[in-house]
Design a protein around this ligand. Structure first.
Ligand code: F6P
Length: 323
């Protein structure tokens, strides 16, 4: 008999629940016992592990967040923390662990697999910065939440002939900002990968008014060299010279909390199911992601050794489309 566990770690992402549900139901369908670890790696260290049955994961596919809870666990980054986690896995007679999460979580997954435990990772982060997956669980919903907010801001911006700065999440990656900028019709997009100073941003916004636009939206990634605060400060100091005001909206955690859309429900389901298939075939030490439109398997060693690169042609696209 196989006894497997599942945990969600790092920032929660809409669609994690779909992945949990798929792991539990596919695992049980294979005749395995499936356990849930509460609160990520910190719950693993403390042994907060509960059995999960088919009905325990009923009615969660439509819910955002994660029914298991999540955490950022600094203790698990230490060798001591990892050994404690490993001994809990052994104490509970578990044979494999599925880790749903982004970069930090998959680094943790890799560390455990290096200690000889069978691990399969599942790509999940709204930042979309994880190597081994073109698109991760949660990205699509987070993007749609950002777009809904931007569409509303554009309405009030037009009524008042104002410029708006919208800050989106993404840590050090500009993916969310760039996609929100393109799909939301932003005039300016500022991402960490390309440093843009406030004066240049102001010139680009000014150009929008000069072309006769009623409003101008600038999307700024939270990890940009000049973030929302710095941009806002600059615009406040130079408001008179620039000739327009800038209103700031930080979307923040709102982006993470949405109910998953169809894409994330299906992606979470497919990746979760495939994680169990990998274990059934005796495969581990890998990440289940989505590459070139297909489910893709990448060794965790490769995932942690590489950095996902943002396609900067998309920034050119955003600039031309800004008109
Ligand atoms: O990784 C997802 C993310 O939401 C990032 O976009 C953001 O920088 C970070 O998590 C926030 O982390 P925390 O939930 O620990 O505040």
């Amino acid at each position: 008999m196989k006894r497997i566990a599942i945990l969600t770690s790092g920032g929660d992402a809409p669609g994690m629940n779909a992945a949990i549900r798929a792991v539990v139901r596919f695992g049980i369908d294979k005749g395995w016992d499936v356990f849930g670890v509460r609160k990520g790696f910190s719950g693993l260290i403390s042994g907060d592990i509960v059995p999960l049955q088919v009905l325990d994961v009923g009615g969660i596919i439509q819910q955002g967040g994660t029914m298991l809870g999540s955490a950022r666990c600094h203790e698990f980054e230490t060798a001591d923390g990892q050994m404690k986690a490993l001994s809990q896995l052994i104490r509970h007679e578990l044979e494999a662990l599925i880790v749903i999460g982004g970069n930090g979580s998959q680094a943790g997954a890799y560390a455990l697999s290096q200690l000889g435990f069978s691990i399969v990772g599942v790509a999940s982060t709204i930042d979309n910065d994880l190597y081994g997956s073109d698109i991760s669980i949660g990205v699509d919903t987070a993007l749609n939440v950002s777009l809904e907010a931007m569409d509303r801001l554009k309405v009030t911006a037009s009524s008042h002939h104002r410029a708006f700065l919208v800050e989106v999440m993404g840590r050090k990656c500009g993916y969310l900002a760039l996609m929100a900028g393109i799909a939301g019709g932003a005039e300016v997009v500022i991402i960490p990968e390309v440093e843009t100073d406030p004066e240049t941003a102001a010139t680009e916004l000014r150009a929008a008014y000069d072309k006769g636009k009623a409003s101008a939206i600038m999307v700024v990634a939270e990890g940009a060299r000049y973030n929302a605060e710095e941009m806002a400060q600059y615009f406040q100091m130079h408001g008179e010279r620039l000739g327009f005001e800038l209103r700031v909206t930080k979307l923040g955690y709102v982006q993470r909390g949405g109910a998953p859309g169809s894409f994330d429900r299906l992606l979470g389901t497919r990746l979760g199911a495939e994680a169990t298939e990998q274990l059934a075939r005796g495969k581990h030490g890998v990440l289940v992601g989505h590459l070139k439109g297909e489910i893709a398997i990448t060794p965790l060693a490769e995932v942690v050794a590489n950095k996902k690169v943002l396609d900067l042609n998309l920034l050119k696209l955003a600039r031309v489309l800004a008109g």
